[in-house]
Design a protein. Structure first.
Length: 476
């Protein structure tokens, strides 16, 4: 309920303002044309400025902090730097520019977001727009959906973009049978068992279970270090082909590619004898590595693109905030002669995690701890869970067709996040027939993020080649 004094922060939003988990969302959008700031300004007035979070600032009254409506001066939120058009290394300049975000916080006296417009030609765009948004405003999936709701199809300027949705399977025969009843009981018991096991591992991770120190693992204080953001674009159709032939999901394929890429990177770091691909062989060392990902999961339905567009047009209201739980996902690090084994293992891991209430329980526990012991204790526990894992991982489905933001055709989207205690964050963002691999690293830990992107790209190629070779029909 929103009062005259504003809306209270959600439990997760309160955590995101703790010094050890002061998180920001970065959304990089490459444009196919130069950016007209005035057109963007007019577009923001009709879209994002209709959203209450983007027109509210934090006001502390007593012990409580609330979102309080305020008047927004767009000139304070739109940053348009003057850039030499003949700059020698524009891609490097862009990376340095974004990296500098991680050195300075946003001004808490204003709504916690800003948009940087850079009319600089890079290797994959004519200009770049960069949103920096404090994570307390909303969870990543909702924020990306909100930004997409402010776009339109390039082919139809009046139409909202189309985003893939998950289809729920329904039983074709609802009639009662003993075996269906038995299966339902067994399914429920397994759900309870998996949840208990996952929460036990969650608690043990808080207490003492840590990932193996590797060239990917950050040291204490990593959340305060400067981060570097790079991205690589691959063909989404290649991923869909692997998905189709292996009868998996896109998320399974991406997790398999990530496991293969990280294995390749670590194998090179530890190896002594290189194979024909130039990758060193150290299977014995890799098998002993414990490497896990911390994944944020929305525990409430994300408003659809149409719902969010209506909300910005003041036609409806959508539930908003940070209602998120964590799951800890083990990565399988090891060398396999068959590259498809990485995808098979990924599918088995994800299928097992889908049959658990870990995300809901972790959210409930975090909320309980926060209410009983306060933000400092809850933030310390949350930080410990994250720090004891190695990587943050996410996959966000994007528009299936090309879109424009305030009349500017988009070339790519590359979201990321910083402020959490990880040296490595990997985001996958689909757009039309492309998939962008967005990597955020602590350069003190991972000084060669381009090499890591190469490993991820090469791992996808090897998996794709293996699928194509396996399914080539015999010619008689």
């Amino acid at each position: 309920m929103v009062s005259n004094d504003g809306e209270p922060l959600s439990p997760a939003a309160r955590l995101f303002h703790a010094p050890t988990i002061n998180c920001y969302v970065i959304a990089i959008m490459g444009c196919k044309t130069r950016i007209n700031p005035q057109v963007i300004k007019e577009g923001l007035c009709q879209t994002l400025l209709k959203h209450p979070r983007f027109t509210s600032k934090l006001v502390k009254k007593g012990r409580k902090t609330r979102w309080t409506p305020t008047t927004v001066n767009l000139d304070e939120h739109m940053i348009i730097p003057e850039i030499d058009p003949s700059i020698e290394y524009p891609d490097r300049f862009l990376e340095d520019y974004i990296s500098n975000f991680t050195k300075t916080p946003l001004d808490l006296s204003k709504p916690l977001w800003e948009l940087h417009l850079l009319n600089i030609k890079t290797s994959d765009a004519e200009a770049v727009g960069i949103f920096r948004i404090h994570h307390s405003i909303g969870d990543g999936a909702s924020l990306i959906s909100l930004l997409l709701a402010a776009t339109r199809k390039t082919s139809d300027p009046e139409a909202l973009p189309t985003v893939p949705t998950h289809k729920r399977l329904t039983s074709p025969n609802p009639s009662f049978s003993f075996w269906r009843f038995f299966f339902a009981i067994w399914w429920g018991l397994l759900l309870i068992w998996h949840t208990l096991v996952d929460m036990l591992m969650f608690i043990l991770t808080i207490l003492f279970i840590r990932d193996t120190p590797t060239p990917l693992k950050g040291a204490p204080g990593v959340e305060h270090n400067t981060k570097r953001f790079v991205h690589r674009t691959v063909n989404l159709d290649d991923i869909k082909l692997v998905k189709k032939e292996m009868k998996t999901t896109i998320n399974d394929v991406l997790l398999g590619v990530t496991q293969a890429g990280l294995t390749r990177y670590l194998n090179r770091a530890y190896g002594e004898d290189a194979n024909s691909d130039g990758v060193k062989q150290t299977s014995g060392v890799l098998k002993k590595i414990r490497l896990r990902a911390a994944i944020l999961v929305n525990i409430r339905p994300v408003g659809g693109i149409q719902d969010l567009a209506d909300m910005m047009a003041e036609k409806s209201k959508v539930r908003w905030g940070n209602w998120m739980g964590y799951i800890i996902l083990p990565f399988s690090i090891g060398l396999h002669e068959d590259p498809l084994e990485y995808v098979r293992q990924a599918k088995a891991t994800i299928d097992r995690k889908k049959h658990s209430l870990e995300a809901i329980c972790s959210y409930a526990c975090a909320k309980l701890v926060l209410n009983l012991f306060g933000v400092k204790v809850a933030a310390a526990i949350t930080r410990r869970v994250l720090f004891n894992t190695t990587v943050a991982f996410s996959n966000v489905p994007g528009p299936v067709e090309e879109i424009s933001f305030c009349g500017h055709p988009a070339a790519y989207f590359a979201p990321s996040v910083y402020g959490h205690p990880h040296a490595l964050t990997i985001h996958y963002q689909s757009y039309a027939n492309k998939m962008t691999i967005s990597v955020s690293v602590d350069p003190h830990v991972i000084p060669d993020p381009y090499l890591l992107c190469d490993d991820l790209e090469q791992s996808l190629k090897r998996i794709l080649d293996a699928v194509q070779k396996k399914h080539v029909p015999n010619v008689i």
